[in-house]
Design a protein around this ligand. Structure first.
Ligand code: MG
Length: 246
């Protein structure tokens, strides 16, 4: 089963929660014609891991961290597969970051790594879009990571029990050219360890999303770019970049 959220109302925003009466749940293979695909989860918070692949830490001139480096993206940044990433006027350097997303299935607080699997509903694809210039300028990452449309998620969730986690590879393509390709076994901190680390700090709720970090190969997007994050066994998260004309 490929779990999706969708709406038959084309005006439903990608940030809609499950309290919205138009939001429906289903399987990707049974998406009704004309339906609007939504992000497959409605997180109260999006927890991201920075520098979780040694080669990516190095490519941006950073040492690999000795413990997970976490930060938050706001739920207002969510978009679904097929939605546009809006290139902000405030930035001159917007990067893609293809990542494996972990979706929480039940309230999780102070969870041991060995028990983490019981709190994970499944996995999805994430593009942790980043205004790299603002991230560097600000020192902390809220602005560079937090623009509306900067968290693309989807197209679906593969259930934990159906996932062959160790076989997952994260691949990112820009205009059809492969830019990132790494097995998730290259992560410095694995999924269970990350759940333990995060839940030692904050309670995770059903639908909350953890983006597990990006492999090497990050690079710029331009208005008009088509970016795809592909994890075989999950699906293809596809978005096009548009200029901010507002
Ligand atoms: Mg990232």
């Amino acid at each position: 089963m490929k779990i999706i959220r969708y709406s038959l109302n084309r005006l439903t925003p990608p940030t809609a929660t499950d309290a919205d009466p138009d939001v429906r749940h289903g399987d990707l293979s049974q998406l009704p014609a004309g339906a609007r695909l939504l992000p497959p989860c409605a997180p109260t918070k999006i927890v991201c891991v920075g520098r979780n692949y040694a080669e990516h830490a190095k490519e941006l001139g950073n040492e690999p961290p000795s413990e997970p480096l976490i930060f938050l993206k706001p739920p207002s940044s969510l978009i679904a597969s097929g939605d546009a990433i809006v290139y902000p006027k405030l930035s001159e350097r917007v990067d893609f970051e293809g990542e494996l997303g972990v979706v929480i299935g039940k309230r999780a607080r102070k969870i041991a790594a060995a028990d983490a699997g019981g709190y994970i509903v499944g996995y999805t694809c994430v593009n942790d879009v980043t205004a790299r210039d603002l991230q560097k300028k600000d020192g902390q990452w809220t602005r560079g990571k937090g623009f509306d449309t900067f968290c693309a998620v989807g197209p679906c969730i593969i259930r934990n029990e159906d996932a062959n986690l160790r076989n997952f590879r994260v691949q990112t393509f820009v205009d059809g050219v492969k830019k990132q390709d790494a097995p998730i076994t290259d992560m410095l901190f694995g999924v269970n360890e990350i759940v333990q680390y995060v839940t030692a700090v904050m309670t995770l709720e059903p639908g909350d999303l953890i983006a597990t970090g990006t492999p090497p190969g990050v690079g710029p997007l331009l208005a008009g770019s088509k970016v795809q994050v592909v994890i075989e066994g999950i699906g293809i998260l596809e978005n096009t970049v548009i200029a901010d004309n507002a």
